[in-house]
Design a protein around this ligand. Sequence first.
Ligand code: PLP
Length: 368
Amino acid sequence: MNIQFLDLKTTYLEYKEEFDSAYQRVMNSGWYILGEEVERFEEEFARYCGTKYCIGIGNGLEALYLVLKAWDIGENDEVIVPANTFIATWLAVTATGAKPIPIEPNKQTFNIDPEKIEEKITPKTKAIIPVHLYGQTADMSKITDIANKYNLYILEDAAQAQGAYYYEKKAGNLGDAAAFSFYPGKNLGAFGDAGAVTTNDFELMEKLRKLRSYGSQIKYIHEFKGTNSRLDELQAAFLRVKLSKLDSWNKRRQEIAEKYIHALKDTKYMGPIIPENFIPSWHLFVIKTKNREYVQKKLQEFGVSTLVHYPVPPHLAQAYEDLNYDSGAYPITEELSREILSLPMGPHLTEEMVDYVCEILLRINQEI
Ligand SMILES: *Cc1c(COP(=O)(O)O)cnc(C)c1O
């Protein structure tokens, strides 16, 4: 059997008529930037997340960056970030001129450890960016307590968590604002680059609508130096189709995750640990194993594709040479980067495929 990590074409083919009709609708409208599709998607996605507002942005990185800009975060400011995350979380901070202050993950959830945040807060700290890594929300109540105590903003990096729940609330509605990416591989993915911010803050919403479009709401009246980062009409139309399927896709991911978790019991792999009242979106299903290279190679020999999210932590990336971190600076994060492996996950997987992956994993378990 040959099992792809991700299969986006199958999704297109399965709902071809709906996507093609969305495409025709936009092409025939003659209006391609900031029109009805974006407005509708913004309404629908805000409703989905349970927030008052959604603002379509060009991609996830710029969604993060523009919120920080809207809050006037920049040089001489510090922003708390997870050490264990995709580099975009850090890039958004450094693009403003502020300094990322990394926090090690909790060893069980791999998400930012709230117990380690407070000791890193200084008078320069302005915001915390919890990342809902792999689709499981960060431990938000502890993070919210700290943010309230020190008067800090919370910006959720919800790029991997469309539809995830923390208690009765959805990702996107757990802080002062949330940034989403709709990169094609995300749970809710466009057919190109796309992103959004969700918030309940009216002023932030107004400012972001201007920031994404040259600092202007009324054409040629420029209130501040904005940028150009807009969700386009075609992607919004495609996203509206996909949003209507998201819950059923996430449900399928949940079923797959349950099968994997069951199969991993009493093996040498460490599977995900989900605290009570957290419902992940299961963007990724990540296991931890000391024999990562071997397991990955063996799985590939049996036709099972896996990936590593992420092999190089941001503090050791060449891009952040200037921050002068040595290897060993964030040992939990570094251990994860050596030992984690993402199994195939997504609605493209059939029962047979999931069973097959489990069977191969158990076979390899005998050898490690
Ligand atoms: C995908 C992702 C981003 C960036 O989103 P883009 O749309 O690719 O810019 C940011 N943070 C996390 C955690 C992501 O997974």
